[in-house]
Design a binder for this molecule. Structure first.
Ligand SMILES: Nc1ncnc2c1ncn2[C@@H]1O[C@H](COP(=O)(O)OP(=O)(O)OP(=O)(O)O)[C@@H](O)[C@H]1O
Ligand SMILES: [Mg+2]
Length: 256
């Protein structure tokens, strides 16, 4: 029996002749903190979009907990236990932090998109449990005092935390993070890195991180996969990846 939580095999996807992913293979063990790095356009976000069901790859396989998920609808993949954040902040600006997190939890619990929007049959007890969980997640992420605040006017770094909180409210087993510290200053980055590390170790959530901030990636990850022009050019520990000639040539030469 393999301890892998997710196994990506020979994943291939082209856009109008451009090979965004070209036979990408890797697997992530349960509890692992796994990163994917590479130059702009290497295929990192495309990979996330395949895993979360937004894109359908032309070939390959993605098994989550032993089951094929390739071709499943995004809400089914989320229900199976894969949550994600987006490269660009994607929150509802008019909602309060509390509403935003409650919506994420309800959407997850009521599987169909229609059922999730219509608030039928929810008992007061369910509501209280939801509120408790949302408050707990917000406090863990340092958002406890902001639950009643509208999301729109909050600083970018805080909105990124709201996005993370929202994905945690779905109680995932695997969390996909697309550039969680992009646009953050040094302090916000350090704080986010510490939070992500805690989420991984305290909550036992397996992490799949895409990030350009190399000191953060190398400090936090168990293993790093490097993509270049849609192909995997390395897969190793951070210490070995930073010494890899092909990786230095393709990416790190400019990024470090
Ligand atoms: N929806 C799309 N339609 C057409 N081409 C696309 C689409 N999405 C991605 N691509 C192309 O696929 C390739 C991989 O893009 P992708 O966004 O996955 O890169 P990335 O590694 O996430 O880059 P970045 O670090 O800039 O976020 C690029 O050549 C990009 O132009
Ligand atoms: Mg990207």
């Amino acid at each position: 029996m393999s301890p892998a939580l997710i196994e990506v095999e020979d994943l291939t996807l082209s856009f109008a002749g451009v090979r965004a992913l070209d036979g990408v293979t890797f697997s992530i063990d349960e509890g692992e903190f796994f990163a994917v790095i590479g130059p702009n356009g290497a295929g990192k976000s495309t990979l996330f979009n395949c895993v979360s069901g937004i894109y359908r790859p032309g070939a390959g396989s993605i098994r989550f907990d032993g089951r094929e998920i390739l071709g499943s609808a995004p809400h089914r993949i989320a229900k199976a236990g894969i949550a994600r954040t987006f490269q660009n902040v994607d929150v509802f600006p008019a909602m309060t932090v509390r509403e935003c997190l409650l919506l994420a939890r309800h959407q997850h619990l009521r599987s169909g998109p229609v059922a999730s929007m219509i608030r039928w049959g929810r008992s007061a007890r369910e509501e209280r449990a939801a509120l408790r969980q949302v408050t707990e997640v917000a406090e863990r992420l340092g958002l406890g005092d902001l639950l009643g605040h509208q999301v729109g006017p909050l600083p970018h770094g805080v909105q990124k935390r709201v996005e993370l909180a929202r994905s945690l409210c779905m109680e995932p087993r695997l969390l996909l993070l697309d550039e969680p510290v992009a646009g953050m200053n040094h302090e916000e980055t350090a704080r986010m890195a510490a939070t992500l590390s805690e989420v991984n170790t305290d909550l036992g959530i397996t992490m799949l991180l895409v990030e350009h901030d190399m000191s953060m990636v190398m400090g936090i990850s168990d293993r790093v996969c490097v993509l270049d022009f849609g192909r995997r050019i390395a897969l190793d520990t951070p210490a070995n990846v930073v010494r890899d000639e092909a990786v230095i040539d393709a990416y790190l030469g400019g990024a470090l």
